[in-house]
Design a protein around this ligand. Structure first.
Ligand SMILES: *Cc1c(COP(=O)(O)O)cnc(C)c1O
Length: 405
């Protein structure tokens, strides 16, 4: 997944362009910047390639989510439906705008189960926020249908799936709005950065203003433009955008490498009949940042994790069930409602209630799943060795189980 594996002369050149003008700010200073607008250039490039009307860059994927939730008018009294398997930023952003994260189970797509979404809808539901985890798609056809029926906003968290598509359209561009992350470990990185994409002019204008203290950016003089509403500073800098621009120009190169590594790894793991794979709704559009696979039971999965660790071959594999960044089971701070600032007692009680629901349906999936990262640098030989180590560990654990049975 990480673009950081492949920094080169393009990244250096883009950053140098900015340093030569000395204008590190993405807005204003029109004369001094000598025509260098890296953030604007990257926004235009993403809109063009992804065939969406507007792209707005911000400082991170988390601030992209926070900005777009505000731009969509989501806040106090609203419920946002999100999955149990995602990055912590999903609920951080929802809570930061004062809305309630309503957690729902994932299925074998590793993304939100549309049936669980239907059950979670109340009169307060305003938005459904699927997260396209590990490079592949949530069930957007089903979710769009639900949103249409109930007049809900569809906001795609595509932070982990930049460059992936669903039925020919780029993830993020299908709902009312979508978010991307360009943090250090994502497929395309700016160091830190994020983006909002939308076809809605109101969402774009609001996002542009909100992420720059509410400035309306009308008129030349930065000091003279108005602030029609409150905002924050979630701006990206020109230096970050410059790195992103060089990386974005290499997106196809990164995707091609990942797809080849993924296919190779999948062929190797397919030799073991007990291994099954994540259900991917549109295989051709998978960005293939991970190969996600399942074993028949939690016990076997845990034993394989232990075996790979014992052999020092665990690197690049993820058992999300045990991971405190990505899965509800280990989100202790959320489950206990620990915040630095005081929350209204009723709101806090509602968060606690959501975070402590029964998620056994998610557990039954997540406890049997391992994701193997597909990196950009390994050679075919190295991918082969990695796959064979996994196969050997699985076979060893299966054999031990048969003996003990
Ligand atoms: C990385 C990520 C984010 C947040 O992005 P940052 O740029 O790290 O703030 C949000 N959602 C998901 C699913 C992510 O993987």
């Amino acid at each position: 997944m990480p673009g950081f594996e492949l920094f080169g002369s393009e990244e250096r050149k883009q950053v140098n362009d900015v340093l030569e003008t000395g204008i590190l700010m993405r807005f204003g200073f029109d004369a001094a910047r000598k025509g260098i607008w890296k953030a604007k250039e990257l926004e235009a490039a993403i809109s063009k390639k992804f065939d969406c009307t507007y792209t707005h860059l911000v400082s991170s994927g988390t601030t992209a989510l926070t900005t777009v939730l505000s731009a969509l008018g989501i806040g106090y009294g609203d419920e946002v439906i999100m999955p149990t398997f995602t990055f912590v930023a999903s609920f951080e952003a929802i809570i930061s705008v004062g809305a309630l994260p309503v957690l729902v189970d994932v299925d074998d797509t590793l993304t939100m189960d549309p049936a669980a979404v239907r059950k979670a809808i109340t009169s307060k539901t305003k938005c459904v926020m699927p997260v396209h985890m590990c490079g592949a798609q949530a069930d957007l056809d089903a979710l769009q249908q639900i949103c249409k029926e109930h007049k809900l906003i569809l906001l795609e968290d595509a932070c982990q799936s930049f460059g992936a598509t669903y039925k020919g359209k780029y993830l993020g561009t299908i709902g009312d709005a979508g978010c991307y992350s360009f943090d250090f470990v994502k497929i395309v990185t700016c160091g830190e950065g994020g983006a909002i994409v939308t076809n809605r002019k109101d969402v774009y204008i609001n996002s542009d203003g909100f992420s720059d203290h509410g400035h309306d950016h009308i008129g030349v003089d930065r000091g003279a433009d108005l602030h029609p509403f409150l905002g924050y500073n979630f701006r990206i800098s020109e230096l970050h955008a410059a790195v992103g621009l060089a990386q974005f120009n290499r997106l196809e190169e990164f995707l091609t490498k990942q797809r080849a590594g993924h296919a190779q790894l999948k062929a190797i793991l397919s030799q073991v009949p007990e291994i099954s794979f994540r259900r991917v709704l549109d295989e051709a559009g998978d960005s293939c940042t991970f190969l996600s696979w399942f074993l028949p039971t939690t016990e076997l999965t845990e034993a394989v994790v232990t075996e790979l660790k014992a052999q020092n071959s665990w690197g690049g594999n993820f058992y999300w069930f045990d991971h405190n960044w990505h899965y509800i089971r280990k989100w202790e701070h959320l489950k206990k409602g620990v915040t630095l600032n005081a929350l209204h007692p009723e709101y806090k009680a509602a968060i606690l209630q959501q975070a402590n629901k029964d998620f056994s349906a998610s557990d039954a999936i997540m406890s049997r799943g391992i994701s193997t990262q597909v990196a950009l640098l390994p050679t075919e030989q190295q991918v082969k060795e990695k796959g064979e180590k996994i196969v050997a560990a699985v076979k060893k654990v299966l054999a031990a189980q048969k003996i003990s049975a």
